[in-house]
Design a protein around this ligand. Sequence first.
Ligand code: UDP
Length: 141
Amino acid sequence: MAIERTLSIIKPDAVAKNVIGQIYSRFEGAGLKVIAARMMQLSQADAEAFYAVHKERPFFKDLVSFMISGPVMVQVLEGEGAILKNRDLMGATDPKKADKGTIRADFADSIDANAVHGSDAAETAAVEIAFFFPAMNIHSR
Ligand code: UDP
């Protein structure tokens, strides 16, 4: 399988729960490397732009409010099959449906406050990584 990069966000609920380190351990335990990272407070415009694909969905307004409710930890993960591997670590969007042992099963409270974001395909990963990180801040190793 090819080496891929994916964008991960630890959302405000998980940052508030102080589980950044526990989530990073899962990435590292699965062979994913953190090759770029920044903690930031998203503005409303940032969150609306990042989730523009969902702007017609009924949950869009609440999703944007949630994503700006506190700081997020944003990172680029690199490794073999990183996109799917991260999605597997995350678990289903709704934590009630997420497999046991996944990040969302263990740390998320609800379908909206669901602890993490992860790119869902190579094309979206490229767009999402570029949204947060200039190439000079990504350190493949
Ligand atoms: N979301 C929500 N209500 C829903 C579906 C999604 O609040 O009914 C939020 C949730 O935070 C989710 C995000 O919108 O993570 C993006 O939805 P998507 O279907 O892309 O899920 P993901 O790829 O994050 O699993």
